[in-house]
Write a protein that binds this ligand. Structure first.
Ligand code: ZN
Length: 398
């Protein structure tokens, strides 16, 4: 058998196969055709020597904003430039604009683009006019209907609970759960200042996702008790609720992460929450940078890879096709190096930590086609006067 592409001499980390060592991967017709210690290069037109590099499944960013029909979104190919072969939109569109999101972006993107549908009909349209201050925007029946019609791309329901739901967070959660129940999909719940974490965690079902788990703005998950955390957290984890990072420009605190780690509470998935407000200064987020922050916190490289490949694939029930390198998988991969040195990493409270390792993409393979990192030209929308307060908010919380 000959391959279209053969990667040789890489150090492979593939948590699905418990693989942590040298291996070779052969690709045919956009799929992984063979995986093993030695593959025959005869007849292969593209043999790549990856000596000195790591190879992992393509990264899956479980939480980003990739719909440019609102002020938050950026082009998903930005992530592809950094090794994110599957970009999951976390509710930038609601039932009213999701079909347009699909037609204009999902169907054309070179990234594998999936999305949660926001319970608010227009999704996250503008940070200065939050989406659920008026509960009339929440439409469970229509949200479920759109998910049903777009099942190959729509992976769940999204709701944000915090200041953006005023004093009706509980009612918003009810409606989001109703939609998720109807469509038989997971619910992703954002928590921020003002959310009632105990009430939310009590209501989440197996397979639902809590994002921004280490946000550090009056985070109600953490307590001064001996356990360090509310009892609902452990119960929810035992029930099968997923805990996601969603870094963004306001949702990652060294202090919260450290406290959780001290109590052996680790996130299930590591995601960027990339959007227009954290793509540039001061955060300059990419998924490899967020992963490097977890190396800095003491997580091992295979754990960090697990939480950005197989774990999110499982959370999406897509682990047959993506998140691993078994024969038959979509040929999405990342070749990278781990650079040693001294690196400054920032949390969203603008606090620095020094790290000694930085994950740097070297070759992105999507659907069996190799791309140099940065190969996709991505334009960002211009900023307006009304965008300024988001950046001011970041500075004020330092
Ligand atoms: Zn988000």
């Amino acid at each position: 058998m000959s391959y279209d592409l053969l990667i040789k001499n890489a150090y492979v980390i593939d948590p699905a196969q418990n693989w942590d060592g040298p291996a070779e991967v052969g690709v045919s017709a956009g799929k992984v055709a063979a995986f093993g210690p030695r593959l025959d290069p005869t007849g292969c037109p593209d043999v790549r020597d990856a000596r000195g590099m790591y190879l992992s499944p393509g990264l899956i960013d479980l939480h980003g904003h990739w719909y440019e029909g609102g002020l938050y979104g950026i082009n998903a190919e930005f992530g592809l430039n950094h090794g994110v072969t599957t970009a999951v939109d976390a509710g930038t569109a609601g039932f009213a604009n999701f079909p347009e999101f699909r037609r204009t972006a999902m169907d054309h993107s070179r990234a594998n683009l999936l999305g949660f549908v926001h319970i608010s009909c227009l999704g996250l349209h503008a940070p200065f006019a939050e989406e659920l201050l008026n509960l009339a925007y929440a439409k469970p029946v229509e949200t479920a209907a759109v998910i049903e019609r777009h099942r190959d791309r729509a992976v769940g329901v999204k709701v944000r609970i915090g200041a953006m739901t005023g004093d009706h967070g509980g009612a918003a959660l009810d409606m989001a759960l109703e939609a998720a129940e109807m469509a038989r999909v997971p619910l992703m719940v954002h928590i921020s200042k003002g959310a009632n974490e105990r009430e939310i965690l009590d209501r989440l079902r197996p397979g639902d996702i809590l994002t921004h788990c280490f946000h550090g703005r009056s985070n109600g998950i953490f307590t001064d008790s001996e356990e360090g955390m509310i009892p609902q957290l452990k119960l929810a984890r035992e029930r099968g609720v997923w805990f996601d990072i969603g870094h963004g420009c306001g949702s990652f605190s060294w202090e919260s992460a450290q406290k959780a780690f001290e109590h052996h509470f680790y996130p299930d998935t590591i995601s960027t929450d990339l959007h227009r407000y954290c793509v540039g200064d001061p955060f300059c987020l990419t998924l490899p940078v967020v992963m490097s922050k977890f190396l800095c916190l003491g997580m091992s490289l295979p754990e960090v890879i697990l939480k950005t490949t197989l774990a999110p694939a499982r959370a999406l029930s897509r682990d047959k096709q993506i998140g691993h390198l078994r024969p038959g998988a979509q040929a999405d991969m990342l070749l990278f190096e781990v650079r040693n040195g001294e690196f400054q990493f920032l949390d969203t409270h603008l606090r620095h930590r020094k790290g000694t390792q930085l994950i740097e993409p070297r070759l992105v393979i999507r659907n069996g086609i190799p791309y140099e990192p940065g190969a996709f030209p991505v334009e960002l929308r211009e900023l307006y006067e009304c965008d300024k307060f988001v950046f001011d908010f970041v500075k004020s919380s330092a």
